[in-house]
Ligand binder design. Sequence first.
Ligand SMILES: [Zn+2]
Length: 421
Amino acid sequence: MSKLTYYIGLDDTDHIEMGCTTIQINNFLNFIKKNININVKELRLVRLWPFANRRTRGNAALSSIIVISKSDNELFLRLSKNWFNDLLFEVSQYPSADISASPALIISQSKLPVDIYYDTVTGHVDRDKRINEIEKFDCTIFSSDDKFGLIGASAAIAWTPNDNSTWELISWRDDSMIGKTRILDVSKINNLDSIHPNTFMNRDPTKNKGLIAPRTPCPVLYGIRGISPIDVEKAHIWLQSDQRYEQCIDFKIFKTNQLSDDHVTPSWGSVISRSTTVQGAHSFISVYSDKKNLTLVAFQEGGPVNTLLRYLMPGDIVCWTGLCSPMDNSIHLEKLLLFDSVPRISHRPICCSKSMKSTGNNQILKCVKCGNKSDKYWISQKRIILDFKNINGWTEPSPSNRRHLSMPLDFEIPTLDNLIS
Ligand SMILES: [Zn+2]
């Protein structure tokens, strides 16, 4: 029997009151499965440019690779159209004064070029340009009239995973529970890292805060991130094993681009100003990089990144990753490293365990205890900054203040060995 492979992309189905694209792709595949045999090869959750205008909180798009019989093709496309029209109707029940959902479903026989993904994860994409790009391929496109969802849906298909790609198991709540407090076993969540060491980003130890459950009234019960599908599923079974806690209605495991750092390119430059801090908030610094003056911003939530930024002095050489804000072109820092520092003046020479004191303008230094005299000078230090506590001097925010796309400094790229063990 002859087979057809399809790449499915779905995006922009969710808004504040309703839904989540993760459950929509699951609904779509379940709906198709009820009618024809499909083999779901993979599900993918693809995070996109965090500054996109139309983003929802995590700015994720979804894709799947499926195989069907050629003989079912016509029925499959008809069912897809019906399902999508029902989704459009559902979405139309929740008009928004702000930004309404603009769903798009792409059913493609071709894998779209990976540039489409990189353009969408690193910056703004013009909708009409994107539509022209994907129309060259053998795609069936369903979308709302304004077609914005096509940007994310095409990027989700175009993303190409690699050996370092991570996984997330997403579990969903029973409809009757949506909007109510999630009843989760906090002690188990706190022990996820130690009992299931191949899962990660489960909690923020600096804030003693769990990170697996959303704080919004969406249908997601929790998401468990990890290095392999087996690891996240084991952790999920363990979390669900106690009936006193909320049971999910369904779950799926997605391959993701989370922790890939695909959205940023490391850069370096020379500091040309001291930092300024907006009262109690973020700090700025100017750097000269690649023949341009740039402004780097560290938010207060950036913790160690903010601390390091405020320590910098003109002449220091820094390396960073961060995103250029479309609002003012400042770079919102994600990671920061002091690569080489200019000397910092620290104190006068020491005598009798104390700093010697100046005896006046153009005068010598004198020890206040023994009266020893000395030429006037400063002791300066060229510090290698290892006291910012992070790996090789790199700093990053605590886990709850990092983007889904950001690779943590201590992230070990999974190798075949630890996948087997
Ligand atoms: Zn002395």
